[in-house]
Design a protein around this ligand. Structure first.
Ligand code: AHM
Ligand code: MG
Length: 312
């Protein structure tokens, strides 16, 4: 009779994946795990906020903070406690916040992207990027050593890359992120389109041409949350997401540092492309924390076609 194999863990955890597959340096692994823990707490806050998610009063008449402020505070707390973070740049702060200039990494994040959708119970998310050292200004997104996001939808999903593929994890009932999909890929051609700042078609003729091209046979998938909309591209393995300029937002609505930079890193890691209409977003220099940029990201050929239409 042959002996039965020794018991093994049924799932690959995020920690195990960072250690054994990504071979992330210990400090980087800890920062990513701390962000995942912050995501778990943010999810809990979303689900348990008594007074409504956009700020209000609880049953005792006490004023509650808006959920995006709570998310920001949670993220800050975990980053401060990590001991590996020099500074951070958050959508909820005007300036970069210093923690410990001698620490090895700087973190950029949008604590709760799509927060205007929370009352409608749409999916929302947190975005992050990690740079080496204590400077963010003057760098470009290709210098990130990791990026990722947490998507709070019907399921809570954590997606990250440290430069060797893009991997997704599911938050299970025990509060553990377990491997869901390894090496997410983006095909060269797209069937789905996700057009942000669409009212710009009225004063951006190239964007109107892109829309006409999409209407001719492609399928619309747009929720209004960048995290959910780009996760759709990664999960389905194809698609294009845009947010380009018009008169209201000449550079588009989205920010380079903590929204477009991390997603450019992730989608290019998955084999897709990113552009600001001229060059890859990975090469775009960060000048200020609140810098906006046009973004066209997703399937390579579609990104090329849209960039061409925008210039036509
Ligand atoms: P937020 O960071 O204030 O939530 O805004 C960013 C969001 C993105 O998630 C989304 O792609 C975009 O705003 C939606 O804008 P619009 O409603 O103009 O399509
Ligand atoms: Mg945002």
């Amino acid at each position: 009779m042959t002996a039965s194999p020794p018991p093994t863990a049924a799932h690959t955890t995020l920690n195990g994946h960072l250690q054994d597959k990504a071979k992330a340096p210990d400090a980087l692994r800890h920062v990513i795990l701390d962000i995942a823990r912050a995501g778990r707490s943010i999810r809990h806050a979303i689900q348990t906020s008594e007074g409504g998610l956009s700020g209000g009063s609880n049953q005792f008449g006490e004023k509650q903070l808006k959920i995006d402020v709570i998310a920001d505070q949670l993220m800050e707390q975990y980053l401060r406690e990590s001991g590996h973070v020099a500074c951070f740049c958050s959508e909820e702060h005007d300036d970069i916040v210093e923690i410990d200039p001698k620490a090895p990494y700087s973190v950029v994040f949008d604590p709760l992207d799509g927060s205007s959708l929370v009352d409608a119970n749409f999916a929302i998310g947190s975005i992050f990027g990690i740079y080496p050292g204590s400077e963010i200004i003057g760098r470009a997104p290709h210098e990130q050593v990791a990026a990722g996001y947490v998507l709070y939808g019907p399921r809570t999903i954590f997606v990250y890359s440290t430069g060797s593929g893009v991997h997704a994890f599911l938050l299970n009932d025990e509060g553990e992120f377990v491997l869901l999909q390894e090496h997410m890929g983006v095909a060269d051609t797209a069937k789905n389109y996700s057009p942000g700042n669409l009212s710009a078609i009225h004063d951006n003729p190239g964007y109107k041409k892109a829309l006409d091209h999409w209407l001719d046979g492609m399928t619309l998938r747009y929720s209004g949350c960048m995290v959910a909309d780009i996760h759709h591209v990664l999960a389905k393995g194809q698609g294009v997401f845009t947010n380009v300029g018009g008169s209201k937002y000449p550079e588009g609505k989205l920010r380079l540092v903590f929204e477009c930079g991390p997603f450019a890193y992730l989608v290019e890691q998955a084999g897709g492309a990113s552009s600001d209409g001229k060059a890859s977003l990975l090469q775009k220099k960060i000048m200020t924390p609140d810098q906006r940029t046009p973004i066209i990201v997703g399937s390579k050929k579609e990104v090329e076609d849209v960039v061409q239409l925008l210039h036509s």
